[in-house]
Design a binder for this molecule. Structure first.
Ligand code: FAD
Ligand code: DLZ
Ligand code: SF4
Length: 510
């Protein structure tokens, strides 16, 4: 008889910890304070994880399996995963505890200390839900000077025979990104996103979160996430039939009041096990095959899952724990208060933070080119930025959050993940969104109180990091432009940036 520990992001019948399951075994699932508060997760994220866990436990029981489920508000709940395992072990004679390796290094480290604490062996199995194992990624990375996602992705396309035919990549190119940068056009009619009706289980969880996590970030209701595999499949279906066609065209576009755009909104389901990556990829590939979606959209979507998602996980496990401490640009400014309140005159930031607060979601380009770009330009401390991203999004787990934040947005890893910083001025945001129309700053003004802060902060960032970035071949053009600037212009940039940072630090009113 074995005890099988199942974590909140392991909600799949195909978990390695459940293979060779016997009907005598006990599956342990527990809602514990430790996991719910190691960062103060968004209220919607906790409600999502707890409700999905409870629904999955119900499904397991429906299949005749033994489940010990510890509710958060059970008076006997110890609050600690280890103590819950000990408690379960005291109930029967178990031979061993089996668990699939967790998605976060902090928990793996904790699990590694458990054998000293437990009377039976702890067996940790690899998480084989991913399409590239950590060993295969390490083999791919071994000996390479640069770990570029694009080359990894091409190998994954070949390995899984996705969008490839006898002549190579379908359509003749591996990557159609150049077609996926259309600015939004007026009158876009974005389809309504998938919404599940909260059932009694979800309603109980909402009450629980209201009671126990009142000071956590974010709006708890309306809560419309899928919480079962069937619902998650319905959300995937909605994406494939209603949004995929324009996913590519408007992948980088941002529109005021349209938080969901043509994205799929499935990361939270993929990351907790309700969906598996290959089924999403194959659905998109089939849509192209059937003529229902163009290649630029389908390839772009598949690249995010088969490429980026697997690649960032590979980087995480290859480079942890050092990756977390990386701060190549020596950024140390505190995260400003408006990341929590949304109270800033920068309309793009206000929109993206408000939507994050409401939905525990922002789409990629909001995370990257607005919220992340600001964090980079302002030189915000990577630890604080990482904590923020880890707690505000329903899809956030450290294996995927950390490389995106430290590598992709902050360049804290010195260029392991991105060949140059994703820094941009207000003109990028103005081109790719309609946010600037409703902003009290002007994207075309470069200096002075009316100027878009992204404009002068951009050049301040370039000047401030001269010693670290000038040697980067992809930054040569920027440093040539900086060198051509006259002294008066440089001083105006510095003065505006100082005034901005002083106001931001003093009262946050920027
Ligand atoms: P879509 O745009 O529809 O993309 C489809 C799928 O591709 C996503 O569901 C996701 O599984 C995958 N994907 C896309 N981009 C990435 C990427 N860069 N890395 C890994 N997977 C990707 N994604 C998370 O799942 N969790 C996070 O905590 C997270 N933090 C991020 C932080 C920053 C600063 C940035 C720039 C990106 C982050 N991402 C994260 C990646 C990406 O922004 C989200 O996966 C995506 O916005 C989720 O929305 P969606 O499901 O609508 O994605
Ligand atoms: C995110 C989360 C939360 C909020 N709560 C729990 C919980 O109470 N019990 C649990 O088993 N898992 C939870 N999780 C998911 C874990 O944090 C996740 O398994 C680890 O971070 C490893 O990825
Ligand atoms: Fe953002 Fe600048 Fe545009 Fe305002 S003007 S919305 S701050 S990019």
């Amino acid at each position: 008889m074995k005890l099988r520990l199942l974590l909140g992001d392991q909600l799949s019948l195909s978990m390695s910890s459940l293979s060779d399951l016997s009907t005598d075994d006990l599956i342990l699932m527990c809602e514990v304070k430790q996991e719910a508060t190691y960062v103060k997760h968004h209220k919607k994220k906790i409600a999502f994880v707890f409700s999905a866990m409870r629904h999955f436990a119900r499904e397991l029981r429906g299949r005749g399996l033994n489940v010990r489920y510890v509710d958060y508000d059970d008076p006997k709940n110890s609050g600690s995963m280890l103590d819950e395992v000990k408690m379960a072990l005291s109930l029967h004679q178990f031979e061993e505890v089996i668990v699939t390796k967790p998605g976060e290094h902090r928990l793996l480290r904790a699990f590694q200390t458990w054998p000293d604490e437990l009377a039976v062996p702890l067996i940790m199995r690899d998480d084989d839900r991913f399409l590239c194992s950590t060993d295969d990624f390490a083999r791919w990375a071994d000996g390479r000077k640069q770990l570029r996602m694009e080359y990894f992705y091409r190998e994954m396309r070949r390995k899984y025979s996705v969008l490839v035919d006898a002549d190579g990549p379908v359509g003749g190119q591996w990557n159609y990104d150049a077609e996926n940068r259309k600015p939004p056009v007026a009158g876009l009619e974005v389809p309504d996103n998938y919404k599940a009706e909260p059932d009694a289980i979800t309603q109980d969880v909402i009450k629980l979160v209201e009671t126990h996590f009142p000071d956590h970030f974010g709006d708890l209701t309306p809560f419309r996430f899928a919480v079962t595999r069937d619902q998650a499949l319905a959300a995937l279906d909605e994406f494939i039939t209603c949004r995929l066609q324009l996913f590519g065209d408007y992948q980088d576009a941002m529109v005021q009041g349209e938080p969901w755009m043509y994205h799929s909104h499935i990361a939270l389901y993929l990351n907790c096990g309700l969906l598996n990556p290959l089924e999403c990829i194959l659905r998109a590939e089939a849509a192209h095959h059937d003529g229902a979606a163009p290649l630029n959209a389908v390839e772009g979507f598949i690249r995010q899952i088969l490429g980026w998602r697997e690649y960032v996980r590979g980087i995480y496990w290859l480079k942890m724990p050092d990756y977390k401490a990386a701060n190549f640009l020596e950024a140390e400014r505190a995260l400003p208060e408006f990341y929590w309140t949304g109270e800033t005159s920068m309309n793009c930031m206000r929109q993206c933070i408000t939507e994050t607060k409401q939905n525990a979601y922002a789409h990629h380009i909001q995370r990257l080119m607005v919220l992340g770009n600001f964090a980079l330009l302002a030189g915000l401390d990577p630890d604080e930025v990482n904590d923020w991203y880890l707690l505000v999004y329903a899809d956030a787990y450290e294996w995927v959050e950390l490389p995106n934040v430290s590598g992709m947005i902050l360049f804290a890893d010195g260029g392991l993940l991105a060949s140059k910083p994703y820094a941009a001025s207000g003109s990028y945001i103005n081109k790719m969104s309609n946010y600037c129309e409703a902003c009290s700053y002007k994207p075309t003004v470069k200096n002075g109180p009316k100027a878009c802060p992204f404009n002068y902060l951009y050049w301040d960032f370039i000047a401030r990091n001269d010693g670290k970035l000038r040697g980067n071949p992809r930054m040569g053009f920027m440093y040539k432009s900086l060198d051509r600037m006259n002294e008066e212009k440089r001083q105006a940039i510095q003065a505006d940036s100082r005034r901005f940072f002083a106001a931001m630090q003093a009262n946050g009113k920027v």
